[in-house]
Ligand binder design. Structure first.
Ligand SMILES: [Zn+2]
Length: 216
């Protein structure tokens, strides 16, 4: 069962369209796993729509709005919308379909370092970088903390750290207050968003920097 969800604040910002692209993709993807957050967002969107229509400063006065609706509905040469065909994504020995929001964005080839490999989504979102991250069975990310934030959405497989054991759909938001060492026995595929490098707490940072660069 999914135990880790986006905060109410993130869900609200998401429904208002206020989030940067990378975070918006992460929330969309979580909603494909989580009916609970999906209904929360639907409720938020319904409330916001009501507020918009009650708003007397709305750019649409009644006539304009009626004109706009008739313009939309009179157009009968509506383009057929191609049905979404989910792409089969293979990793390690497994196949799955990626959440639509993630599959829709181009990404680089996987770059591998030991049991870790990363493919970056081709998004220009400032310091925020979104990636698919695979960890092979019995792999780990060395003990670290975060100079910014690190969001992990587990897409497939499992991993565990000092704070718990995670299942697909878990949305894990960590920052400088958290130290952890994720490990997986079966292997996993995650969607990650980070906005600055990791900080390794143990071992020689010189040796760990390539891992930090891979993950950021
Ligand atoms: Zn949720």
């Amino acid at each position: 069962m999914i135990k880790h969800h986006p905060s109410e604040q993130l869900l609200s910002q998401y429904s208002l369209g206020e989030l940067p692209a990378t975070l918006s993709i992460a929330i969309s993807a979580h909603l494909e796993f989580c009916t609970c957050c999906k209904s929360k967002v639907e409720a938020l969107e319904a409330t916001q729509a009501d507020t918009e229509f009650e708003d007397t400063t709305s750019p649409f006065d009644n006539d304009d709005f009626a004109d706009m609706l008739s313009m939309i509905t009179e157009k009968n040469d509506v383009d057929a919308v191609a049905p979404y065909e989910s792409e089969v994504f293979s990793y390690q020995d497994k196949e799955l379909s990626l959440p639509r929001a993630i599959a829709a964005i181009d990404r680089s080839n996987f770059v591998q370092l030991g049991k870790l490999s990363r493919s970056r989504l081709k998004l220009d979102d400032g310091e925020m970088r979104a990636s698919l991250l695979q960890i092979e069975p019995n792999g780990e990310i060395p003990h670290h903390t975060h100079t910014g934030f690190e969001l992990t959405l587990l897409l497939d497989g499992e991993f565990a750290d000092e704070n718990g054991h995670y299942v697909p759909g878990d949305f894990i938001w960590l920052d400088a207050r958290h130290h952890h060492q994720p490990t997986t026995t079966q292997g996993c595929l995650c969607f990650t968003v980070v906005n600055s490098a990791l900080h390794f707490n143990k071992g020689l940072s010189k040796l760990l920097n390539p891992i930090g660069n891979l993950i950021y």
